[in-house]
Design a protein around this ligand. Structure first.
Ligand code: NAP
Length: 335
């Protein structure tokens, strides 16, 4: 294997064009060398646009290319597990978009295939690679917030295009899968624990059948709580507040931190309501997608374990499953 990872990309996904391919092309340890689409013309166009050497008119051809070291899978959610398993069968590690599967059972099938292949697979929660989250965790670990007991997360945007994958229930659309998964992932990261109970309220789009508004609560050990709201049909916004007995952190752009501008996290000791105890911690610009690509490439090249592998993805999926069950049962469910 070369010292640079040669990536192949499945599908001409918006997220691939908007963020991940440019990030890999400017990464330290990788280059995209091939792209596949169900439409060969689209693959050719994307290849020309991003300086990608080979374009394929089917995913199968790309997976069979022996000169590819890793696959990026940004297909719709229902194709995450099947195509990632296919890639593993071709001996290729996979960075797969979130959520890793449609449910935890499917995620565990993937884990069995991954174990059999002995190759890395990661769920593309790029936020874990942004230093603002590491900084927030460090502030908590230093004890500056006292005892951290609650997290509140909001993540919403307005999108009513019926053709968008997010508005198609049968292929894994809806707000909980698309953005609620970040609230769960980052709360698990900050609390460094798994929730014991989950409850959710879902409101579905009458035409799409997808959850367009989901609010949920997770109960973590020692009485700690996450409360979140996510939506595909509310004004664009995102925010995380972490509350402790002696202070709070606010992360104003928690999930889509820009690659070319600093972000800030706000630490406030709560001495008054006018910001008298507020400190702004600036975080230098970072392309979280590039960090993610390099972390994955590094795991392949060094054989070192990934910072978060499939165990973490399965744990996240179990929480999503519990919230989905709760939205139907109206009761607390156990992840
Ligand atoms: N980490 C992040 O920041 C982030 C951001 C956005 C989205 N995502 C994730 O990335 C994935 C793709 O999202 P996206 O918004 O980029 O979607 P998208 O633009 O619709 O791209 C999905 C691609 O999958 C292929 N595809 C295969 N079967 C399909 C089908 N039945 N319907 C639609 N497309 C199909 C298409 O490629 P071809 O036609 O070329 O084959 C399509 O371009 C999702 O899992 C989403 O959760 C992650």
């Amino acid at each position: 294997m070369t010292q640079t990872i040669r990536w192949g990309v499945l599908g001409c996904a918006d997220i691939a064009a908007r963020a991940v391919i440019p990030a890999i092309q400017s990464s330290r340890l990788g280059r995209v060398v091939a792209i596949a689409s169900r439409d060969a013309g689209k693959a050719k166009e994307m290849a020309a646009r991003f300086g990608i050497a080979r374009a394929y008119g089917s995913y199968e051809e790309l997976l069979a290319d022996p000169e590819i070291d890793a696959i990026y899978n940004p297909l719709p959610n229902h194709l995450h597990v099947p195509l990632t398993i296919k890639a593993l069968e071709h001996g290729k590690p996979v960075l797969c978009e979130k959520p890793i599967a449609l449910d935890a059972t499917q995620a565990m099938e993937l884990a069995a295939a991954q174990k059999a292949a002995g190759l890395p697979v990661a769920e593309a929660f790029m936020v874990r690679h942004h230093p603002q989250w590491k900084r927030a965790r460090a502030v908590i670990a230093e004890g500056r917030l006292g005892e951290v007991r609650a997290i509140q997360t909001i993540f919403s945007y307005y999108l009513d295009d019926p053709g968008n994958v997010r508005n198609q229930a049968d292929i894994g659309g809806g707000g909980l899968f698309d953005v609620g998964c970040y609230a769960i992932n980052t709360a698990r990261f900050l609390f460094d624990a798994e929730p014991l109970q989950a409850i959710a309220l879902m409101e579905r789009d009458p035409v799409f059948g997808t959850d367009r508004l989901t609010s949920g609560m997770l109960g973590f050990p020692h009485g700690r709580q996450l409360v979140f709201t996510c939506s595909t049909q509310l004004a664009l916004t995102q925010k995380v507040t972490v509350l402790g007995t002696r202070g709070r952190i606010e992360i104003p752009i928690p999930f889509n931190a820009p690659a070319d501008a600093s972000t800030v996290i706000v630490v406030d000791d709560g001495r008054d309501l006018s910001g008298g105890g507020r400190e702004l911690i600036a975080v230098d610009p970072v392309d979280q997608y590039r960090e993610q690509a390099d972390a994955f490439a590094s795991a392949i090249l060094t054989g070192e374990p990934l910072p978060a592998g499939l165990d973490d993805a399965i744990a996240n999926m179990k929480v999503i499953d519990a919230l989905v069950r709760s939205a139907t049962s109206g009761r607390w469910e156990t992840p």
